[in-house]
Design a protein around this ligand. Structure first.
Ligand SMILES: Nc1ncnc2c1ncn2[C@@H]1O[C@H](COP(=O)(O)OP(=O)(O)O)[C@@H](O)[C@H]1O
Ligand SMILES: [Mg+2]
Length: 422
């Protein structure tokens, strides 16, 4: 896939194309317009990723016809480099004939935490600057940013609404000649939770090789996220340092307690390698299981917190001798088995209904009395079975549970017995 990423291709170039956060945008424009070296020399745009903080800085520079000097703070390894690179650009004033400039310093929270000099250098750059400085960060509430927060004009950017996200996605669809159902765009937008970058990336992924996308085409995105979430929650259970840390695991996931239990249960053996720990973890799970059963039987939901505590904190605190070792988390095999079992049962039901309607018997009778004959015919006379199957209007899948598929002839019972005897 050599296509340009749509996040770049459709990065808004003007205010008309930019959606959401209108108040923040207005404040930024006003700040640039009124900038003077005696006021606040820098503004700090902060908020969650993918909402257009970097993009608006680019748009505003263009709007005022400023040159933009762009720097990425997380690339700076040392304080010395900050003052050398950013300092020079910021300090240079406007010479005659040279256009004005804005300094953009992106990913400020990427300045290494252990490099105390980095922040000092950044503050120094701001103090000496003769140009407006725009800083961009996700999280500015760490204590180490307290001085930075004071010297900057703070402008908050919020998560985008689904409506705003959909608006932008529709623009992309129109240009790409992509037909997208409203339901599909809504699903993508909701799943992105206000992060336009992730919404646009998802849209590009699901529309690859398609001219039209439906809600069904994008439904797998929701499942993908749920899996990521459960992995994070399991990490909390298996590597928690505190009881409270482990207890918060269940709150992270959108899942019922029984399903969460299955996930923990499946992964205990791979995550703990000391027998003592394993025993204790399973003891806790057994208790949780008892509580869950009681809740189900008596609808006594007060017990839920005990059940949850056993399967999160109880399991977490079982780790005493096991060394942390990396092992991939696995999907609960019991659930996989149950769902394949359920699928098979449904298939059998459908088959029984077809036999029943042709033979005027009940479904139960069809399963009990006619199906065994059909199975025998499937083995002994496959071509006859195929004819009967056609006559009954069986689907390929229904036909296959008769064992009548020629590629995989099932063992003939009598023959098997004979072999075993020897
Ligand atoms: N408000 C927005 N309107 C339209 N597109 C946006 C908006 N915010 C983000 N995008 C899209 O997401 C991409 C990432 O945006 P960016 O400005 O880098 O986000 P941030 O700096 O907040 O992490 C952009 O290239 C653009 O395609
Ligand atoms: Mg950015």
């Amino acid at each position: 896939m050599s296509e340009v990423p749509w996040v770049e291709k459709y990065r808004p170039k003007s205010l008309e194309e930019y959606v959401g956060n209108s108040e923040a945008v207005e404040r930024l424009i006003r700040w640039v317009k009124n900038w003077n070296p005696r006021g606040k020399k820098a503004t700090l745009l902060y908020g969650p990723p993918g909402v257009g903080k970097t993009t608006i800085a680019l748009i505003v520079a263009r709007l005022f016809n400023y040159d933009l000097v762009e720097m990425n703070a997380s690339d700076w390894r040392t304080a010395e480099k900050i003052s050398r690179v950013a300092g020079r650009a910021a300090e240079q004033g406007t010479l005659y004939g040279q256009s004005k400039r804005i300094i953009l310093i992106d990913e400020v929270d990427g300045i290494a935490g252990e490099d105390v000099g980095g922040l000092t250098a950044l503050l120094d750059v701001i103090r000496k600057s003769r140009n407006p400085v725009i800083l961009v960060a996700n999280d500015i509430w760490q204590p180490r940013f307290s001085i930075l927060r004071e010297v900057c004009e703070l402008i908050e950017f919020k998560r985008l609404t689904s409506r705003d996200v959909i608006k932008h996605l529709k623009r992309i669809c129109a240009v790409e000649g992509l037909e997208a159902d409203d339901g599909a765009l809504k699903l993508i937008a909701e799943k992105a939770e206000g992060d336009m970058r992730s919404a646009v990336n998802d849209l590009q992924t699901v529309s690859y090789g398609r001219k039209r996308i439906t809600a069904e085409d994008v439904s797998w995105l929701a499942a993908r996220n749920r899996i990521l979430q459960i992995f994070d929650a399991l990490k909390l259970v298996f590597y928690a340092k505190t009881v409270n840390g482990a207890k918060s695991a269940f709150e992270m996931v959108d899942m019922d307690p029984e399903m969460f239990f299955e996930w923990v249960y499946e992964n205990v053996p791979a995550q703990f390698n000391a027998l003592e720990d394993l025993a204790e973890a399973f003891e806790n799970l057994a208790l949780a299981d008892l509580f869950l059963a009681k809740i189900k039987r008596e609808q006594n939901w007060k017990l839920l917190s005990y059940a949850l505590e056993c399967m999160t904190a109880g399991v977490a605190m079982s780790r005493r001798y096991s060394k942390p070792k990396w092992a991939p988390f696995k999907f609960p095999s019991r659930i996989r088995f149950l769902s394949s079992f359920k699928a098979r049962r449904e298939l059998l039901n459908g088959l029984a209904a077809k036999i029943a309607s042709k033979t005027h018997a009940s479904r139960a009778k069809a399963v009990r009395e006619y199906l065994p004959y059909l199975k025998a015919i499937a083995v002994l006379n496959p071509s006859l079975c195929e004819k009967i199957g056609k006559n009954l209007g069986l689907t390929e899948e229904e036909f296959s549970i008769l064992g009548g598929l020629k590629e995989t002839p099932p063992e003939i019972p009598g023959k098997a017995k004979y072999v075993r005897k020897r």
